[in-house]
Design a protein around this ligand. Structure first.
Ligand code: GLU
Length: 492
């Protein structure tokens, strides 16, 4: 096989969403699997839709997920389009640049002239009003809407304002061997002489993508299935130019669990929101990869490294039908990934989230509580709220939670008073001493050990779901423990 070269070709029109990221990931995995190259190309020919910060967002996304780019835009190229971005060292420089479409206009014009000369394209100076009228008339007559071909043989001069249109051949035979879906055929093409260069001299996406994929020697063009209807035009352009097209691989859409196309309704879909919500890149990447790709039997619970994933990746195992984005499954997978971290690494990852919420524990305190937290955490944003009760100066208690059929307010007071006394006399205030001191009260008070813990937990930590009780008491220390028990007794 010739060198596998794949690309991700985003338009900088907003924050990269998770469906788009999946196309990038599959393209990257395919290139890495075959020891080929992965390119990033910025498709910015639609100048009106360009969004500030979008290119930086794309680069940050690759960096966060750890996907390296063999060839992509350089800092100088980005400066030429007024983008002052931080470019990580993982973006390599290739020989086929510039990797930004708005810097390649000359090349598109060159190819366009070639198409005009060979009779595959022509200049058109029809006024927009005329085209509107034509369209209205077609609609009224229930005909296919599109350009009627008035300028086909008019040989419009290059000096008059014009667009360039591709001359659609009559009844072309079109077959696509899609890398994921197999053969796709078209009976007819719902396009009438589409524009390939706009009046401002910019190419439309169709011309630019064909020229660039060819020039950059792309072997596999991985993209969303919404581009299938445009593919006949791309194939015809290749044909007209006498070039070999890449293998198109159209990825199915990603759906929400309700079977509808994934959108904001299902929760956030922008890549960086997963970062902000406390997901680990390795969990998201494993999860996203498996929406529509299966690494093989029995591997569902495994978190693969990117390298392992690339080794296993193949187009044959990509499912041509739509995949589902299930947030519950992602959370579960994130929990797996969190537990797979070393404690040191977990600490490193969770720290920014604690800092943001102003939660500070000493290294000793964290060493005591952290491993328990790591065991039960699904997303990193859950950690700070769990620790809040340890560091707060004004503990709020769900005092009603203390009471049950077996423990009324009177008994709760009695239990807490005994606990306060037992704990206040401890000389060493650590788990090894706290736990037996509390448990020993079961006999004296003639209650089950379980009845002793809930009042103590609510009194000292405020609610039922907290980090482990005795470790927490050691963290807050004797003085605070005793004071909190006293305050709780007054609240009862
Ligand atoms: N620029 C197109 C987009 O952002 C990419 C289409 C393609 O990969 O061919 O959707």
């Amino acid at each position: 096989m010739t060198t596998v070269r794949t690309r991700f070709a985003p338009s900088p029109t907003g924050m990269l969403h998770i469906g788009g990221f999946r196309s990038a990931l599959y393209a990257w995995l395919l290139a890495r699997h075959h020891g080929g190259e992965f390119l990033l190309r910025i498709e910015d020919t639609d100048r009106e839709r360009k969004v500030e910060g979008a290119i930086q967002g794309i680069l940050d996304c690759f960096e966060w997920f750890g996907l390296d780019i063999d060839e992509g835009p350089t800092k100088e190229e980005l400066a030429q389009i007024d983008e002052d971005v931080t470019l990580s060292s993982t973006v390599g420089q290739g020989d086929f640049g510039p990797y930004i479409q708005s810097l390649r206009l000359k090349r598109y014009q060159e190819v366009c002239s070639q198409l005009i000369e060979s009779g595959h394209a022509y200049r058109c100076d029809c006024a927009p009003e005329m085209l509107d009228q034509e369209r209205e008339a077609q609609k009224a007559a229930k005909q296919q809407v599109g350009y009627g071909g008035r300028c086909r043989d008019r040989n419009v001069s290059a000096d008059t304002p014009h667009v360039v249109r591709f001359k659609m051949p009559e009844n072309p035979e079109l077959v696509l061997q899609d890398g994921i879906r197999g053969e796709i055929t078209w009976e007819s093409i719902p396009l009438k002489d589409p524009i390939i260069v706009k009046s401002d001299g910019f190419p439309t996406y169709h011309l630019a993508v064909v020229v660039d994929d060819y020039d950059m020697k792309i072997s596999h063009a991985m993209r969303g299935e919404e581009w299938i209807p445009s593919t006949p035009l791309h194939l015809l352009l290749y044909n007209a130019l006498g070039w070999e097209p890449p293998i198109y691989c159209h990825l199915p859409v990603v759906l929400g669990t309700d079977g509808k196309k994934l959108s904001k309704r299902h929760g956030s879909t922008a890549w960086d929101s997963f970062k902000d919500q406390g997901y680990l890149p390795e969990a998201v990447v494993n999860f996203v990869a498996r929406i529509g790709w299966s690494p093989g039997d029995g591997c569902d619970e495994e978190i693969f490294s990117l390298k392992e994933m690339a080794e296993r990746f193949s187009l044959e195992k990509v499912n041509p039908s739509s995949g589902v984005f299930d947030y519950d499954k992602l959370q579960w997978m994130n929990g797996l990934a969190i537990r797979a971290l070393s404690f040191e690494e977990f600490t490193k990852r969770v720290n920014p989230f604690l800092e943001k919420e102003g939660i500070k524990l000493s290294p000793e305190q964290w060493a005591l509580i952290g491993p328990h937290i790591q065991e039960r955490t699904k997303v990193l944003t859950e950690v700070a709220p769990q620790l809040e009760c340890l560091v707060t100066d004004s503990l709020e208690r769900e005092i009603d939670q203390m009471l049950s059929k077996k423990v009324d307010a009177e008994l709760a007071k009695k239990i807490l008073t005994s606990e306060k006394e037992a704990l206040s006399v401890l000389e060493t205030f650590d788990v090894e001493h706290i736990e037996p001191a509390v448990k020993a009260l079961a006999q004296t008070l003639e209650v089950k050990a379980g009845a002793l813990f809930l009042p103590l937990r609510i009194a000292t930590l405020g609610k039922k779901a907290t980090p482990p009780l005795f470790e927490s008491l050691q963290v807050i220390g004797k003085e605070v423990t005793v004071k909190r028990i006293e305050d709780a007794i007054l609240e009862l």
